[in-house]
Design a protein around this ligand. Structure first.
Ligand code: PGA
Length: 266
């Protein structure tokens, strides 16, 4: 089965949930979604580092993949404050989020740093979720496509087989409390730019799921997932309540499946 035939939907809880918050969230989410077919649905949660191991004790990878919000690129060394791939393996993480807009724009990470993290994730067999997206200023200057292409070409430089790579398109202006969600047309258009770059890098019809993120909510999730180039959703605030997250997952699943069966018939 192609990865893009599965619905990837997940959340990054940023610096919000404590261990006990995360444990109850993951427990509830797993109960609420237990009837949903995991051959189609790839559900993931990216909590704080400290909550990874306790959360792993509650859910299996097949049920809910667990990711880290960041990762150092060396296995060990003089890197105070960093968490290495080996340490993430040890606590049971399956996935690593790389280059979230807050890491790039608040913590000052560069494309070259994201690239080192991607290569380390690939080396250690983590699913690597590379986040890309333009700022409002870049959008205003008409260079969104160029920025996205640069972030992907540098971010994925040296990756030979992209089978563990996922990409999240998250325009910076759409993220967080003051974010304005991208229209489905705008998001789809940028996803098509991303598909084109990955096809240039890895060959025609490359199977990299491309997720949209940035103010996804109950009101726009269905429209977004219905678009031809949007393979999944990466949600912040609207997913932090397990029952609301479950509602979103259930509302988008039939739309995703309908889109896939139309593609099969075409
Ligand atoms: P948001 O966050 O859904 O709260 O806008 C998205 C993100 O930061 O990934």
């Amino acid at each position: 089965m192609r990865r893009t035939d599965r619905l990837y939907i997940g959340t990054n809880t940023k610096m919000y949930k404590t261990i006990s918050d995360t444990v109850s969230f993951v427990k509830r989410l797993s109960e609420l979604t237990s009837d949903l077919p995991r051959d189609i649905l790839r559900l993931f949660v990216i909590p704080s580092f400290t909550a990874l191991e306790p959360a792993r004790k509650i859910v299996s990878k097949d049920e809910i993949m667990l990711g880290a919000q960041n990762m150092g690129w060396e296995d060990e060394g003089q890197f105070t404050g960093e968490i290495s791939p080996l340490m993430l393996k040890e606590v049971g993480a399956d996935m690593v989020e790389i280059g979230h807009s807050e890491r790039r724009h608040i913590l000052g990470e560069s494309d070259e740093m994201e690239n080192k993290k991607v290569l380390a994730a690939v080396r250690h067999n983590f699913a690597a979720l590379l986040c890309v997206g333009e700022t409002a200023e870049q959008k205003k200057n008409g260079i969104a496509d160029e920025i996205i292409r640069i972030q992907i070409k540098i971010g994925l430089n040296g990756v030979e087989k992209p089978e563990n790579i996922l990409i999240a398109y998250e325009p910076v202006w759409a993220i967080g409390v003051s974010g304005v969600p991208a229209s489905k047309e705008y998001a789809d258009e940028k996803h098509s730019v991303i598909k084109k770059v990955v096809d240039e890098l890895f060959g025609k019809d490359t199977d990299i799921p491309i997720l949209y993120g940035g103010s996804v909510n109950n009101g726009n999730a269905e429209d977004l997932i219905g678009m031809p180039n949007i393979d999944g959703l990466f949600i912040g605030r609207s997913a932090w309540d397990a029952s609301n997250f479950n509602n979103i997952i259930r509302s988008v699943m039939p739309i995703f499946l309908g889109k896939k069966s139309r593609e099969d018939r075409a």
